[in-house]
Design a protein around this ligand. Sequence first.
Ligand code: UGA
Length: 447
Amino acid sequence: MALKITVIGTGYLGATHAAAMAELGFEVLGLDVVPEKIEMLKRGEVPMYEPGLEELLRKHVAGIEGSSGRLRFTMDWAEVGEFGDVHFVCVNTPQKHGEYACDMSYVDAAFESLAPHLHGPALVVGKSTVPVGSADRLAARLAELAPAGEDAELAWNPEFLREGFAVNDTLHPDRIVVGVRSERAEKLLREVYATPVTAGSPFVLTDFPTAELVKTSANSFLATKISFINAMAEVCEAADGDVVKLAEAIGHDERIGKKFLRAGIGFGGGCLPKDIRAFMARAGELGADQALTFLREIDSINMRQRGQMVELAREALGGGSFLGKRVAVLGAAFKPDSDDVRDSPALNVAGQIHLQGGQVTVYDPKGMANARRLFPTLAYADSATEAVRGADVVLHLTEWREFRELDPAVLGEAVTTRLILDGRNALDPEVWRRAGWTYRAMGRPTA
Ligand code: UGA
């Protein structure tokens, strides 16, 4: 009989994982503690913008015409405990207030709520990004709380999906990492992931601490690549070099690779910034803090980019104050194809200029509602053309395709001054310059 799967927590990770498990042919029950989320999901609606996710949900959510009916949602822990052979824990682990460490309260609460309902054999699989050592602790807690005792087992299976590509990354992962303590756990997870493994996804078997560390080290490596290229942009800026050419040239070396070498205002979002901080905090607890002091530098290079963008804008406007200057900001999401504005470099820059007296107008294709909620005092426009109307300078801060396809000649008619600062090195300087614009980007020659 096909395995029955539950997914606890229905954010980016959980909602996508639940829909993907249904797509792979399993019966799935998703749980969340937020009633509004569950109501939306039951209607086949997704609480965030993620390309392809709503379609996949609607294909499987029970009660929707033409769906497979394999995917249901509930708020009832007993039902979840009763239903599942395998339970995936997908709740988030945000940064703690005023600390680098991550907040484990949602993960802990999920285990405390689920375990008492595990009366028979069950595999609980942690997917949340956690400090190394958590799985060990949670396995003990599970054995203690579950009526099934040792039959309720834990495995750790970190997730590597990117926002904007969540569906594809989940259905076709570039690797599946599982930390297990028994053959039974391995066998169950091989069954869950049989389809992607047959299609070629490598299945990497590890112990608990390695599985937890794979996730935090992967995100640290990605953050390091971005801050590395941003450091090179600073040097290029000082030496009159071109960081885009430099990235292209070093990227031809397969050992270095082309990806994640786009210089600009740096990384944000709900993962990279908090993950490197939580990793440093955990290493400190383990007495290995020296090993990760370089991440402090990665973090500060990254945060510096935002300030440098503000200074580039000030300089471009004549070097004085922002008072009375009209600044158009294209982009609010932390990256394109997402409506997520958590720790968004674009909004951070917009906010800084606004707080220094600039009249900032923001436009983003999908992130407007979230941006308004976070920064209600900024002005918002309904289109790029509206945002730039009368602008003294235009800042391109999130590289949506829509912005790359803008016609500089048309936009030029709307602005006061044809001055564009590309915070993502994603526009073609030649195209803009030909249309009479002054184009500037960090780490690139001025003309
Ligand atoms: C990241 C990882 O890429 C995923 O593998 C991981 O699963 C996820 O975190 C997570 O831990 O859940 P995500 O936060 O969706 O995924 O975003 P990324 O695509 O990694 O981009 C992060 C930030 O880096 C964005 O602000 C982006 O604009 C910036 N970035 C990316 C650059 O500034 N330059 C680049 O070359 C690439």
